[in-house]
Structures are given as C-alpha cells and as structure tokens.
Write a protein that binds this ligand. Sequence first.
Ligand code: A3P
Length: 333
Amino acid sequence: LSYPGPLAMADRYFSLYPEDTSPLWTSPCSNKRHREILPAWFNCSQLPQLLILGPQKSGTTALHTFLSLHPQVQTNRQSELHYEEVQFFSDDTLYQRGIQWYMEQFPYPPSPSVPPTNSSLPSSPPPPPTLLFEKSATYFVHPQAPQRAKAVLPQAQLVVILADPSHRAYSWYQHQRAHSDPTAVRFSFSEVIRASPSSPPHLSSLSHHCLTPGHYHQHISHWLEYYDHSQLLLIDGDELVERPAAVMDQLLEFLRLPFHPFQNILQYDSRKGFYCVVESNRRKKCLGKSKGRSYPPMTDEDQQWLSSYYAPHNAQLKELLTRLGRTPPRWLI
Ligand code: A3P
C-alpha cells in the first residue's frame, strides 16, 4: 500500500471528520501544569468571568450599560468591528484569531475603577478585585457558541434576558427597518412573521431570523448541554424595563459583588419612556436613539398570531424553568 502523502491524507481526514476543519480553542488556564508554563504575557485574569449572552433586542445594552457602572466591574475595550460587542464565539473570522486576540479585547491587567490606595501605608486595604465581562447578543442563538465558550471559559457565569418573544420579534423587525434592510422595508411585519419556506428566500430568511431567537427553551437547553444551570442567571426583560435597580440587585447577588446604589443612579425619564443613568452633574443620560425606539404598536392580529406561534415554545420554556426551580418571567405566567 503506497502512502498518499500528507495533503491527500489531510483531505481524507477532513472529509471523514468535517467538524474538525475549524479549531476548538481550549483555555490553558484551567490546568495547573499548563498555567505553570505559560508565557508571562498570558494573564489568565484577562479573560472574562461573565458573559451576557442576549438575545438581540431583549435589553442587552441597558444591562451592559448599568452593570458597567459598578466600580468593581470592567467590560471589554470598545470594538470597531461590532460596536461595543466582541462576538468572538459567534463570528467565525474572529474566532480563528485565537484566545490571545480574545484576551487583548479586555483591559490588562484588570484594574479596579476605584483608585488604588497607597500600598506603603500599612493599613491600606487591597484593591477590590475586578470582574471582567462582555455582552455579545449574538451568542445566545449561535450553534457553536456554547461549546466554544465552555472550552475557553469553563467557570464563566452566564446571563440571558428573557423578554416577551412577541415583543422581541417586533423590536427586531423595527431594528432591521431602521437599518434600511431592504426586505424589512418592503414587507410589513405581518408579512414577515407569516412567511413560509415557500416564500421568496430573502423573506423566509428574515422571518426565520425574526422568530427563532424567541425559541428560548431550545437555545437555553443548548447552553445547558455545556454549562451547569447554577452558572446561568435568567433575567425578566419586562422587569429590566420597569424595575432596573431591582434587577441589578439580583445580578450583583448572583455575581457575589458588593451592593451598589442603583436605585439612586437609575431614574425614569418620561421623555425617553425608559430608565436612564443619573450622571455626577445630576443630568440624566439615556441610552442612544436606537434603544427604546418609537414605533406604532403591534396590531392585535399580529399579537394574536404570535401568541399562538410562541405558545408551544413558551410551554416548553415553562416546563424547563419549573424543572430548574426558577421563577418564570411575568409574561410567561
Ligand atoms: P426597542 O428599541 O425596540 O424599544 P438590545 O439592547 O438588546 O438591542 O435591546 C433593545 C431594547 O432594550 C429596546 O427595544 C428596549 O425595549 C429595551 N430596553 C430595556 N431597558 C431599556 C432602557 N433603559 N433604555 C432603552 N431601552 C431599553
């Protein structure tokens, strides 16, 4: 038998195991022996301990903005690629860049936002540890994100915001229209949600991307194939809109971070119709124009159609939450 050569062997291997064509990065930080031989620049504490997973249009920017106000929390550097999001685990091109690239997206070394006290004074307390986090709303639905994230961040804590899936779908459609997506501009919301596989491909694709992130049970179950449920916090999207300070208290408890007076920093703004951040000059700073948009309310027909569409998915979500001993969001009760 003649040896076909390395290239032919590689072709054969990848035709047998196509899933191996893309690498799966694993963190050297979870192994003591690997940690000991790491180069000095490889700082394991430069990896995030918390991921806000999404889904898109559920209030992820509000949660990201509010959590960043905590003095013991830091997020990734601003990215020009996907606005403020890193999207390492959901963007194949970025994922190919490897763990070092991912680490470089975070501040080095994680520095507390509280100015360090003079260490020569014997009584000065150690600076508070800083928790690094990122939110990429694309992670929630991405088929490979849970496996990729687990391999790099096995101990990470995860946060998912559950907004009413019908409202989330409508918000997502309005977002596409605002970004002049030609299909969203051309077709009404009614037409988009009712599209079928036999509709023109661009319409059925838009419909799929609008509706399927709201199959919460399916996506959460996929993440729980890789992470223990004790690592996952579910936040009610309505609560985040109506009582953000209470949600932040809940989040701090989950992260075991010290109390922060969110009830003094977050104030309702009647013009915006949402809670905004009170700055040091006592002015309110609301999220940008693309968050908390004004658009006409959903029609009763579309609301009813979506309620029956999501009914079986919501029933499965309720079952899952009951099994996990979690309180269901208000819109699910
Ligand atoms: P709308 O703009 O459709 O109202 P994301 O940040 O994940 O893209 O989600 C955007 C949604 O966050 C907004 O959708 C809005 O409903 C919701 N949201 C929650 N709290 C908010 C806040 N304090 N300010 C603005 N939008 C908020």
